[in-house]
Design a protein around this ligand. Structure first.
Ligand SMILES: Nc1ncnc2c1ncn2[C@@H]1O[C@H](COP(=O)(O)OP(=O)(O)OP(=O)(O)O)[C@@H](O)[C@H]1O
Length: 337
């Protein structure tokens, strides 16, 4: 049995009167791509900084690949890679020089160093540009170089704090392609492979994660796979256009005991499993001679999940607390815990 990539128990961090992290528990398996979401000030960066040994916890325990982040700090550092929000590349130096500098800093075996540089630069598609100064790189290329640098010493856990912030959608996609590739490689490895622990403000990106934790006001308020989280917040919505909406509503009531609603010329019904419901719907409405002209099934999105658990949309959360909406009942419940 592999030790988990990350194990956190009762973790607390206080800055004076501010309790940034209020007792969280968390376990991330080897090879997992784990997403960390939450509004500004939720405590995500503080948690990541503790895991990376950059900040000491006030209370509780945190281990990375079985090593204590306080007592075995140096050993943890050798096994992790970091890509943080603030760029730390040396712009006048070439891409490859930046990586060489990092290898010297970390005492990477000199004989293996050039081959490893080539390997990681090829992986992020920068080998052809290796001799150019970083100053000539685009924002996306710089981020890719930072990811390459984070991978240089073959870490077991890669921490990415908002790796795609400020990048255009296409470049964001490319960065996630690399993360997916790391994930695929991880699956074929005996020790479970590299674990990716990533924070993001983009809900579409959170979909790439095996599991997601949503943090709010220092606590983890939800933790599961994207699909399970979506299933928790609500039903699928099936919307049909028919040749007789009133007859459709009556049929829904008598056949399924469901109350539909007519909105914008279509009948809308909330059901647990939309895709499974559609064939039965066609069958039963056919019996009532109601013709269905079109059907759409909408599943709850991760935006809905975020709103349900934090009382704010991710966009409002980015704009600041003043823009927050009223608290959703589920968020109220979670807060009361
Ligand atoms: N060094 C520090 N000194 C004092 N307070 C701090 C410090 N670092 C963080 N905090 C406070 O702790 C709380 C959590 O901050 P943190 O940066 O962990 O949140 P976050 O979820 O990462 O937010 P963001 O999405 O904005 O990065 C905030 O209230 C913040 O002001």
């Amino acid at each position: 049995m592999n030790t988990p990539a990350v194990a956190v128990r009762g973790l607390v961090k206080r800055y004076g009167a501010i309790e940034a992290v209020r007792g969280i528990d968390l376990e991330v398996a080897r090879g997992e791509t784990f997403g960390f979401l939450g509004p500004n000030g939720a405590g995500k960066s503080t948690t990541i900084n503790i895991l990376c040994t950059l900040v000491e916890p006030t209370d509780g325990e945190a281990e990375v690949v079985g090593l204590d982040v306080v007592r075995e700090r140096a050993a943890v550092r050798r096994r992790i890679g970091l890509v943080f929000q603030d760029p730390t590349l040396d712009a006048p130096m070439s891409g490859e020089q930046n990586l060489r500098f990092h290898q010297e800093l970390y005492g990477v075996d000199r004989r293996r160093a050039p081959a490893r540089r080539e390997e990681v630069m090829r992986m992020v598609g920068l080998w052809d540009r290796r001799a150019d100064p970083v100053a000539t790189y685009s924002g996306g290329m710089r981020r890719r170089l930072e990811i390459a640098r984070g991978l240089l010493h073959s870490p077991q856990v890669l921490f990415l704090d908002e790796p795609t912030i400020g990048l255009d959608p296409q470049t964001r996609g490319t960065i996630w392609d690399y993360v997916a590739e790391l994930h695929r490689n991880a699956e074929s490895q005996e020790d479970g492979g590299i674990t990716v622990f990533v924070t993001t403000h983009y809900m579409d990106e959170a979909e790439h994660c095996d599991r997601i934790a949503i943090m709010n006001e220092g606590r983890i308020v939800a933790l599961d796979t994207p699909d399970a989280l979506k299933a928790q917040v609500g039903a699928d919505r099936v919307t049909i256009t028919t040749d007789d909406d009133e007859a459709a509503l009556r049929a829904l009531r008598t056949e399924f005991g469901l109350e539909g609603a007519v909105r914008e010329g279509a009948v809308s019904i909330a059901v647990a499993d939309g895709a499974g419901f559609v064939p039965r719907l066609f069958d039963r409405l056919g019996h009532h001679r109601v013709a269905i002209r079109s059907v759409t099934v909408t599943r709850p999105s991760l935006d809905d999940v975020f709103l349900a658990y934090t009382g704010t949309t991710i966009r409002d959360a980015e704009a600041g607390p003043a823009a927050s909406r009223g608290m959703h009942p589920m968020a109220m419940r979670m807060r009361g815990r």
